[in-house]
Ligand binder design. Structure first.
Ligand SMILES: [Zn+2]
Length: 360
């Protein structure tokens, strides 16, 4: 969990004072579109505090090359702190660049699309968009500043994807706990981690659909605030200290397939949460997850995650994903069961059949 977490309307205004705690020279990593959406009245106070700000535009992929470039710019500008303002990949790149240089990092998510902001983990991709490494850092971000007015202005697709990512948190933490597995920190789940993960599940079930409707109408409501916290803080603590399991490994498997690359992380993770339930023999839970995904506009079938379900290649494509999901470093092994690629392929297709039967 981060050293400090602040959430609410207008919290971006606290950024200059917060950044000043770590030094005078600040590197701000932004995206063009995210930067345009920001209310920049806080920028005027930058000079008053004697801070020098250098803006750098993110290249778009959290790859080793991009992290190296950010690190180089940071060193050239002799920055004391890195501030990442953007979505999951940008935030992961900011965290990685900061830790490689031994600098503090402040995280300002502009979307609630994943649980990347609070964790001490960066998912590193290659230039083709495949996951190549899960990099853990010596500590979590110094500060996570979540301005819910900014999150509310982001495209709805990101908010729904964040719920897809958060949907996996509870079931994965429980699967890890019951399987005797360890978390990405190399330790057994903590009670706080498991409780945060379970709370995440409960908030999505009670407020998820309402929060999306509120966001559609541009309303900053209690339900919206609670789901942003679930997507960002609870899911972050839940996965990091409660443990991950099959859903994220199945997701990583899907990143092997070019036909799934147009989807956001959480859009695939939501469906993979149902596949994990099928693997565990929990058909009722799989149905509940598929229904939830459908109710908030997330993919709820193999075709929905991009696969050609009519083609002859389906089983071969799923086998490719399954092999990737079973690699030694994958979190599916925290469930304490020895799965084969065929088990995973069957779970994918069975989930698809459950979905067809449910929504026929
Ligand atoms: Zn995730």
């Amino acid at each position: 969990m981060p050293t400090q977490y602040r959430q609410g309307a207008g919290t971006i205004g606290e950024l200059p004072e917060c950044a000043a705690r770590y030094g005078k020279r600040v590197l701000l990593l932004v995206t063009g579109s995210g930067y345009n959406r920001l209310d920049k009245t806080w920028l005027s106070r930058w000079d008053d505090l004697g801070l020098s700000a250098h803006f750098l535009t993110f290249g778009g992929e959290c790859s080793n090359a991009e992290i190296g470039r950010i690190g180089q710019e940071t060193s050239e500008h002799r920055a004391d702190v890195i501030v990442g303002i953007g979505g999951g990949k940008l935030l992961d790149a900011a965290k990685s660049a900061a830790y490689r240089l031994g600098l503090p990092v402040i995280i300002v998510p502009t979307v609630a699309s994943s649980d990347a902001p609070c964790s001490a983990l960066s998912v590193i991709y290659d230039d083709e968009g495949r996951v190549v490494q899960l990099e853990t850092h010596p500590h979590n971000p110094e500060l996570v500043l979540v301005d819910t007015e900014i999150i509310l202005r982001a495209p709805l697709r990101y908010f729904a994807a964040g719920m897809g990512d958060a949907l996996a948190t509870g079931p994965e933490a429980l699967a890890c706990l019951h399987g005797g597995g360890k978390t990405i920190l190399g330790r057994y789940p903590t009670q706080l981690g498991t409780a945060a993960a379970v709370l995440c599940d409960r908030i999505l079930a009670s407020d998820g659909v309402q929060a999306l409707q509120d966001a559609e109408r541009g309303l900053l409501t209690g339900a919206f605030e609670r789901v942003v916290e679930a997507n960002t803080l609870l899911s972050g603590i839940g996965f990091e200290s409660g443990g991950l399991a099959a859903a994220h490994s199945l997701h990583d498997g899907l990143t092997e397939l070019a036909e799934c690359h147009h989807l956001l992380h959480g859009e695939k993770v939501g469906f993979c949460t149902a596949v994990q339930a099928v693997l565990l023999g929990q058909t009722g839970e799989a149905e509940r997850f598929l229904q939830f995904c459908r109710s908030i506009g997330l993919p709820f079938s193999l075709a929905g995650v991009g696969l050609d379900t009519e083609g002859k290649e389906l089983r071969a494509r799923l086998t490719l994903a399954a092999r990737r999901a079973l690699q030694p470093e994958e979190t599916i092994h925290s469930m304490g069961k020895a799965y084969t690629a065929a088990n995973l392929v069957d779970a994918f297709t069975e989930t698809d059949q459950i979905s067809k039967a449910l929504f026929a």
